[in-house]
Design a protein around this ligand. Sequence first.
Ligand SMILES: [Zn+2]
Length: 188
Amino acid sequence: MTVGRLYGRAGAEAFALAGRATQLLDWQKNHRYCGGCGTPTEMKSAEFAMSCPACGLLAFPRITPAVMVVILRGDELLLARSPHFKPGVFSALAGFVEAGETLEQCVIREVREEVGIEITNLRFFRSQSWPFPNSLMVAFLADYAGGTITPDPQEIEAAQWFSRSALPLLPDPVSISRHLIDAACQQI
Ligand SMILES: [Zn+2]
């Protein structure tokens, strides 16, 4: 069953609860031994933490932040598709935050790397827990500041400016990327 169909059948509340449960089970399964000394870990009762009885190392559920951004230029917005999208679907640019990086730096870097353009006026839109397996998606809008679209052939199959009246196929309505694109369309 696709994520969209599951969401449609279960509703937002059950979807969020199932997502939380999935993430916690995945974390427990993958932290059965201490990453520092290899001793079997124990579940702490008062909080979500696996602790090591030998060296005291604590392991908390892993949450992996990722950013996404839709860039506006006049009455157009920039969307791209990666090779693993369904045929014809374009979406926001996205990427994982690297160690030591702020969310803002990550957006600027990802846009440079994936399409070779510069942005300005970065503004937070909203975030969404995305338990596949443990992402926290943080969505932004930004304005175009310069450069020509030059897609990174490793990650981007196609990228282009779209006007609101001629949009391509878009992601499933359950995803924050779709909400972000809808919000962008209301600003152009
Ligand atoms: Zn240990």
